[in-house]
Design a protein. Structure first.
Length: 229
């Protein structure tokens, strides 16, 4: 059976960049839908649309604008991948927004979209990890405990928690997390990681018993497992 090709909406003010992004999207077995004007975006979103890929500059209502000036960009509840030159200049609390340094390559896009696509090219046979009393489903981005209480995670929260799980009780520096979770360079603002650590801490502390402590120290962040005998 042939895999379904999911749609990725693409918007850039530069036709050359649009063509380059189109080729990369085809290379990961997805279908690019090119938008000439950002204002048409909402009417182009369908059930088959899995993400939006925005260049730093787009055409909106006939005018060239920078994505930071798109007032309605934060109101879309669909993953938005934004390509920009200077990552530290843009920060957002919107969990659907993900910023990537130009230029974008196939591997970066593949990894960024992996949690949102459910065909066999992106699924591993077993994506459930047991840690302590939690079951972590990497595909669905959910945690469940022994009482079947569900905790929903965003894409980045899931990636962050997975790397913390894999380094349980080891302190991870900010630049390590920024590189392996966000793909950022070491000069990126630490506000991004602090925000996601705060959110993740609230979620894993929401059960009846705190299975983990997500601690901050002078060297970085460490996930410690509590033992209840």
């Amino acid at each position: 059976m042939k895999n379904e090709k999911f749609d990725i909406l693409v918007c850039s003010a530069d036709p050359i960049i649009s063509e380059a992004l189109e080729s990369i999207i085809f290379a990961i077995n997805c279908q690019p839908i090119l938008l000439s004007d950002y204002s048409d975006l909402k009417i182009k979103i369908t059930q088959n649309t899995k993400a939006i890929l925005l260049d730093e500059n787009v055409i909106n209502e006939g005018r060239k604008v920078h994505i930071k000036n798109l007032n309605n960009i934060y109101k879309l509840e669909i993953p938005i991948l934004c390509l920009i030159e200077n990552l530290p200049t843009l920060n957002t609390l919107n969990s659907f927004m993900h910023f990537y340094q130009k230029p974008l390559n196939k591997n970066t896009l593949n990894n960024a979209l992996r949690p949102y696509l459910n065909h066999s090219n992106f699924n591993a046979e077993n994506n459930i990890i047991k840690v302590g009393k939690f079951y972590f489903d990497q595909n669905l981005k959910k945690l469940s405990d022994e009482k079947n209480n569900l905790i929903n995670l965003t894409n980045l929260e899931a990636k962050l928690l997975l790397i913390l799980f894999n380094n349980l009780n080891n302190t991870l520096k900010e630049d390590f997390l920024l590189k392996h979770v966000w793909g950022y360079s070491s000069n990126t603002s630490s506000n991004t990681i602090k925000t996601h650590i705060w959110r993740l801490r609230k979620k894993i502390y929401s059960s009846d018993e705190n299975i983990f402590n997500l601690e901050t120290n002078i060297n970085g962040y460490v996930l410690k497992q509590n033992h209840f005998d």
